[in-house]
Design a binder for this molecule. Structure first.
Ligand code: CA
Length: 232
């Protein structure tokens, strides 16, 4: 396996060292920065595969760093995992909307962080390899099978009738189990027959979808103050 480079941007020394130690132990190449400015500079110079980005930084904060990197085609493909303070749901929402790929709230366990890093690297590699064909690929998760080509959903082998919007919503979430999406991201991604234009409309669609899926509807989990995710 090629060695991946991870850039840690975190001003709290203890956390920076803890993350660095755990990543190096797993064989990652690690670069560290303590300010947003240095983080941006190193992201451009060292082309890391992934950034562990604290939101609260002196000077340019994590949001701004994330925005700048995701806007620049040179750095937009770098995966970003944000670190946020517990309870700062609005930070999470904004972070995901400006392009962060995942987030962790402090305090977090190194084991969870490593699992998230592995998952994100895998996802980034999949994306780089085959972006278009994958969309037509059948999704099988838990007891649900989604056939995009046939626009068909089977739950425990039985077909479930969904509207185009519900189908899109289910497919969008189920393709990335465990990933949290904000209502705005869902709005942008899902375009069906019905026009859904507000956050509230997303909630309504989710309620309808859950009902049609029966027990399998529980796989669509509400992440309080943030959005929705499909259970892993
Ligand atoms: Ca900080």
């Amino acid at each position: 396996m090629a060695k991946h480079t991870v850039l840690i941007v975190e001003d709290e020394r203890d956390i920076q060292e803890l993350v660095q130690y755990n990543l190096q132990k797993e064989g990652y190449r690690v670069v560290t920065a303590s300010t947003g400015e240095d983080g941006l500079k190193l992201a451009r110079e060292k082309s890391p595969n992934l950034l562990i980005l604290d939101l609260m930084l002196p000077g340019i904060d994590g949001r701004e760093v994330c925005r700048k990197l995701k806007q620049d085609p040179e750095t937009s493909k770098i995966g970003i995992i944000m670190l946020t303070a517990k309870g700062e749901e609005s930070d999470i929402v904004v972070g995901l909307e400006i392009g962060a790929d995942d987030y962790l709230t402090k305090p977090f366990s190194p084991k969870v962080l490593l699992a998230r890093i592995r998952a994100l690297l895998r996802r980034l590699e999949d994306k780089a390899e085959m972006p278009v064909q994958q969309v037509a690929e059948v999704v099988e998760i838990h007891d649900i099978v989604i056939h995009p080509g046939r626009r068909e959903v089977l739950v425990q082998g039985l077909p479930v009738e969904l509207t185009a919007t519900e189908f899109g919503l289910l497919q969008y979430l189920a393709r990335r189990p465990g990933w949290v999406f904000t209502r705005q991201q869902i709005l942008n991604a899902v375009r069906g027959d019905e026009v859904i234009v507000t956050d509230r409309a997303v909630d309504v669609q989710v309620v309808g979808l859950r009902k049609k899926l029966g027990e399998a509807g529980d796989y669509i989990e509400t992440v309080r103050g943030v959005g929705y995710r499909f259970r892993e």
